[in-house]
Every structure is written in structure tokens, then in C-alpha cells.
Design a protein. Structure first.
Length: 141
């Protein structure tokens, strides 16, 4: 079944789960790999803004990391007033999936808004696939 409501992308990295969590949970580090919100800066405590490489517009972001579970919920929007939940990430220690020590699997999930066009949905899905390789590169350098 092709899931029309949620897209997920995963990648195996040669890095500790803790290092993977840090790059996914740090709003400024995320600004190095999230094409929808690059060059991020903090505008008030816990609220960040970056620039989309696609349209040059600002994307506002708030993160909710859970270190104990190695999960992060991401809220995004085109303004402070429109920030809402959209994405989530989970990091699994590699050995949980029979991979080696000091590895992790990073999964990024995004959910489709009911009013999102097919073209916009395809774009965000493809972008998240590509971002996985950026994250891997940042962790394994």
C-alpha cells in the first residue's frame, strides 16, 4: 500500500545514536541539512526561523526533543502564528536492528495536510529522501 498520509525516510549512519540525536534535535544544526529552513537563527527562546531553498521564504520552527526516547517532534509554519506539528524523527540504535555498535538508523516522518497538492506532497517526500544523505554526510565526516 502506498501511504497517502505519511511519508518516512530512513538511513543507517556510522555514528552513535546520541550523535544522531544531536544533529536531529539541535535547531541550529538542523539548519545545515533542512532545505526548507536553512541558515536557521533563533528569534526568541525556542523559536527559530530559516530560509527555504525552494522559494526563498522564511520557515518558522519549534522542536520538541525527547532524549530518553531518541525522538523529536517538529512544528513548522510560514509565520510564528502558523507553526504547527508536521514532522517527527526517531533514532534507533543500530544493534536494535542487528547492525553494528556505534551505528544508528535515523527515520524522518512527515504527514500530509488534507489540502496539500499532489505536487507539494511529492516535493516534500523527495526532499526528505535527499536530506537523509545530507544528515549521513554531516555525521560521518
Amino acid at each position: 500500500m502506498i501511504d497517502q498520509h505519511c511519508h518516512s525516510s530512513s538511513i543507517l549512519v556510522t555514528a552513535s545514536p546520541e550523535a544522531a540525536f544531536e544533529i536531529m534535535a539541535d535547531p541550529l544544526k538542523q539548519g545545515q541539512w533542512a532545505w526548507g529552513s536553512l541558515n536557521r537563527r533563533e528569534v526568541e527562546p525556542g523559536i527559530f526561523v530559516g530560509t527555504s531553498v525552494f522559494d526563498g521564504k522564511e520557515t518558522w520552527v519549534r522542536l520538541h526533543p525527547n532524549r530518553a526516547n531518541l525522538t523529536i517532534d517538529y512544528e513548522t509554519g510560514r509565520s510564528r502564528e502558523t507553526i504547527r506539528f508536521r514532522n517527527a524523527a526517531r533514532i534507533l540504535p543500530g544493534p536494535v536492528l542487528n547492525h553494528g555498535e556505534r551505528t544508528a538508523v535515523i527515520t524522518l516522518m512527515t504527514w500530509r495536510f488534507a489540502d496539500q497538492s499532489e505536487a507539494a506532497w511529492n516535493q516534500v517526500s523527495a526532499v526528505h529522501e535527499a536530506e537523509m544523505f545530507l544528515i549521513k554526510g554531516l555525521l560521518e565526516r
